[in-house]
Write a protein that binds this ligand. Structure first.
Ligand SMILES: Nc1ncnc2c1ncn2[C@@H]1O[C@H](COP(=O)(O)OP(=O)(O)O)[C@@H](O)[C@H]1O
Ligand SMILES: [Mg+2]
Length: 151
């Protein structure tokens, strides 16, 4: 890619039908004029160019497009993992500038610590958020029970 050249792949959105009127309120996610530029080997690469969309509460939204069109970059940025960017991202009405505990990402492949038990894998997130080992284990135990894995 030459400096300033755009990725030619097009990004499109497949959005499920709108919620009923009684369910409508402020969108869960609001993306406005999002642009993301990477410093690549041959200059700047515009990976995402002024993308805007809303995700209402309770809707299941797919971002569809060919490889390299910017899908992962958009998702990483909504998760607060990709900065800086131009434009605005609001999650539950609050600006996203860094990872937030209420915004999660589910990866295509499992990313677990193979040397840790199921309980310690689950407790890792709460521990990273500063919870005590006791509190983190209690959270893990609740979640294990919730999905029916309790022995
Ligand atoms: N960290 C990065 N540095 C430089 N270029 C990147 C980086 N991440 C992604 N890109 C480029 O941005 C474009 C979009 O990538 P990506 O969001 O991974 O596409 P998709 O997920 O739609 O396949 C691609 O051209 C990719 O090479
Ligand atoms: Mg991808």
């Amino acid at each position: 890619m030459q400096p300033g050249q755009r990725s030619s792949a097009k990004l499109s959105l497949a959005v499920s039908p709108p919620a009923t009127a009684s369910e409508r309120r402020e969108p869960a996610i609001q993306v406005s004029n999002l642009s993301i530029v990477f410093n690549a080997n041959r200059g700047q690469l515009i990976a995402v160019d002024r993308v805007s969309f809303d995700v209402p509460h309770g809707e299941f939204v797919c971002i569809v497009g060919p490889s390299g069109c910017g899908k992962s970059t958009v998702l990483n940025t909504i998760a607060g993992l990709e900065v800086p960017f131009e434009g605005e991202i609001l999650a539950e009405g609050l600006p996203v500038h860094h990872p937030r505990p209420d915004v999660g990402m589910v990866f295509q492949q499992p990313h677990l610590f193979p040397w840790k038990s199921v309980r310690r894998n689950i407790a890792h997130g709460p521990r990273m958020l500063g919870k005590s080992a006791q509190k983190a284990n209690a959270i893990a135990d609740d979640l294990i029970a919730m999905v029916g894995l309790k022995r």
